[in-house]
Each structure stands twice: as C-alpha cells, then as structure tokens.
Design a protein around this ligand. Sequence first.
Ligand code: NAP
Length: 248
Amino acid sequence: MSRVILITGASRGIGRSAAVLAGKRGWSVGVNYASNARAADETVAAVRAAGGKAIAIESDVSDEAAIIAMFDATEQAFGKLDGVVNNAGIVAPGSALADMDTARMKRIFDINVLGAYLCAREAARRMSVSRGGRGGSLVNVSAAAARLGGPNEYVDYAGSKGAIDTLTLGLSKELGREGVRVNAVRPGLIETDIHASGGKPDRAQVLGAQTPIGRPGTADEVGESIVWLLSDESSYVMGAILDVAGGG
Ligand code: NAP
C-alpha cells in the first residue's frame, strides 16, 4: 500500500537510509533537512531511483513555523500523511556537565526535544482519525544514551533522548484510539556523520568494537527498523522502544 511519509533530518545518515528504504516500498517521502541542500537532493534522487516519490524540504525543526510549513509542503505534494519519523537530532562536542554553557544545552534541547515534540504534535493533529486524518505511525528516534546517561560526554544529549522515550510512552497511549501508533527506535553506535559533528569521527568504530556484537551498526540497519515500524507489518506494536544497538 502506498504511503505518505515525512522524515526529519533525512538528508544524511539514518534519516536518509529510512527515506530510501521507504522509497523501495514505493512510498512518497518528504525529505527534511536543515541546511545541506546538496545532500537532501541526493536523498531525493536515491528515493526516486528506489521506486518512490520524494521532495526536499528545508526546515529547521527548532522553528515552529518552519515545522508547520514542512508538514504542509509534504501534504500538498503527496496528500494526507500516513507516517512521520522524528529523526533530526544533534550532539555537541564531548564535555562534562560542569563545563557546558547554557547556549549549548539550549540548542540541544531546542532541536532534540522541543523540535521533536512539535513535530509529534503536528503528526497527532494531522493523522488522528477524530481530526480528519487517516491514522498512521509515528516513529521517534531516541538513542541508547537515554539509558546509559552519556557521562563525561553529553549528559545533555542523553537527557534529550530520555525525553523522547517518555514522549513515546505517553503519546502512544494518547493516540491509540486515534489509529496512530507511536513507537521509538533507540540506536547505539551507528556509522554516520554525527560523530564527526561531535568532534570524534572514529567514535562509532572505536566504541562499536566494544559492544556485544563487536562492531558499529549501519544507518541501513536502523532504517530497516524504522520502516518496519512505519509499515503494517508492525500493526500491533505500540509504545515500544526498540533497541537497535548490537546488544550495547
Ligand atoms: P547525522 O548523520 O548527523 O544527520 C543529521 C540529520 O539531521 C541531517 O539530515 C541534518 O540535516 C538533520 N538536522 C540537524 N539539525 C537539524 C535541524 N535543526 N532541523 C532539521 N534537520 C536537522 O545524524 P544521524 O547519526 O543520522 O542521527 C539521526 C538521529 O539518530 C538523531 O536523532 C541522533 O540523535 C540519532 N542517533 C544516532 C546515533 C548514531 O550513532 N549515529 C546513535 C543514536 C541515536 P543537514 O544535512 O541539513 O545538516
């Protein structure tokens, strides 16, 4: 069945993988990005090559008006939404909490928490059956850091992902009778650009080797879980937080 999906932060990494895997199923994808238009265009081309439809949508998820415009653009292009992936997220360079300034923490919480909550709110408004939606699936992208705490590296980021877990639990109960399933994936050490943005390009390789599975994960390995949660194949899965972390 064809689906209309919006994925935040889909220009690169996990979001891009989820977009291309959605394209393989023939779905239509709103490919959101913050500033890297070239990467977003590459994702759009890859979704189309895989058999789906896609448009690129520039929107900073810390900006409420931009979020609403992004949802509108997806629905104008493809029709009513069936699924949303709350994936956009950032880290900052490793630091003890004692050395973090307010601007850093505010940016983490604005993008990773408030941005995700506002996208979840829009998803609830547009997919809930009682509000004229046709039901759907919301997948939140948390992180293993939410249960590990991120000591000496990023307790701010870890806490932001703890909020995503709690959002998943609460909203899944709010929307169960609205035809909307809410779940999360909680990736571990995945090879993407995010580690370089935190100042440690080889972080996933080095720490991934210490996990039970003995290696880092790939963006596709997370993307597969996301697309499964978006699909009817997971129709009785609700309020779940799926660890995709190689046992780590
Ligand atoms: P990534 O490779 O760094 O890609 C980040 C994506 O998010 C890019 O598409 C980027 O857009 C977009 N983005 C960043 N800030 C944004 C904003 N304010 N508004 C809209 N889009 C924004 O990251 P990733 O590793 O794929 O991470 C994706 C998600 O997985 C994040 O929530 C992250 O916390 C989570 N996660 C990742 C790992 C891991 O090891 N990689 C582990 C656990 C959880 P531009 O291209 O325009 O910059």
